[in-house]
Design a protein around this ligand. Sequence first.
Ligand code: MG
Length: 384
Amino acid sequence: MKNISVLGSTGSIGTQTIEVCGNFSDINIKALTAGNNIDLIEKQAIKFRPILISVMDNEKADILKERLSKTVCSGIKVLSGMEGLVEAATLNGVDTVVVSLVGNIGIKPTYEAIQAKKEIALATKEVLVSGGSLITNEAQKHGVRILPIDSEHSAIFQSLQGNSMNKIRRIILTASGGPFRGMKKESLKNVTAKEALNHPNWDMGNKITIDSATMMNKGLEVVEAKWLFDVDVDKIQVVVHPQSILHSAVEYEDGAVIGQMGIPDMKVPISYALTYPNRRANGFDKLDITKVGSLTFEEPDMDTFECLSLAYEAIKTGGTMPAVLNAANEIAVGAFLNGGIGFMDIPYIIKKTMGAYTVKHSYSIGELLEADQWGRKYAETIIK
Ligand code: MG
């Protein structure tokens, strides 16, 4: 029996994780956390009977407590805020913590979960983008495994199995190119949030869908791959593959390229992370390779999709710079979704914020969170 906590259980990855767990009788959900969706977390709690649930807002936690007190689940502990997240991340008896939060809020609970020696199944790429060296050092120190849930990183991880003795020549990180693939800067100025949210292949949360449209998502994934697999960023090549069938690949010294294919379905990487090193039969749709037609691969347009170059720049600078890139991006994407800024203002704001920042090359978790706050505030001032 494997006991898990799901941080961010009502989001896109969270709900799919719950669905996957529903099919596995040997996975037991001990804790669930959500942002503000108390209706859904209430349903999940009634179905899976965890020990602990938590939501961000204190008042909403009280409403939830009140509601659950009238059900058979009155014994479930209800918490709120960062305190609740950390408690769910470090709960006694939990083996694996699924981190599927949105953005930098995932850093602290992941850090604490590692210190409590919990295995991490990581969907929140921002955790490694901002806190890469800190999180991976801590994981190494405590002998904690970080299993990727991001589809590309799961593909790379799968392609690395059985090859620990072999040198990597290159990681091929595939990108769908998003809804604006092929477009140029001029025509991107006036695209709307609705157009940007219309992703061709993947159905995801709003923040990551905008990141896919700007290609910042791929930039963040380059940084994530660097930390997960301990490879130099120059060895990570982004390749645009609009069909999203090859989820990424590893090229070895001898020129052999080993990749993982499948239909775009996050439930596959979620299952693999939960049952690793085993694979389980499931009822998900399967790839019919004869129906796929042709698979195409092209170089990314780094000039138009400047967010991708900014991410490479941030990780090459190192230290706290990726945290600042990520913070500025979260603020800019939020402003774009609210209609406050244009699509091409997103890279502009990030670039300005990075340009104004003095990087710290060695840092504590406190300094990392300060860098994050600095990036947010600076980006907000530019928007105003
Ligand atoms: Mg991905």
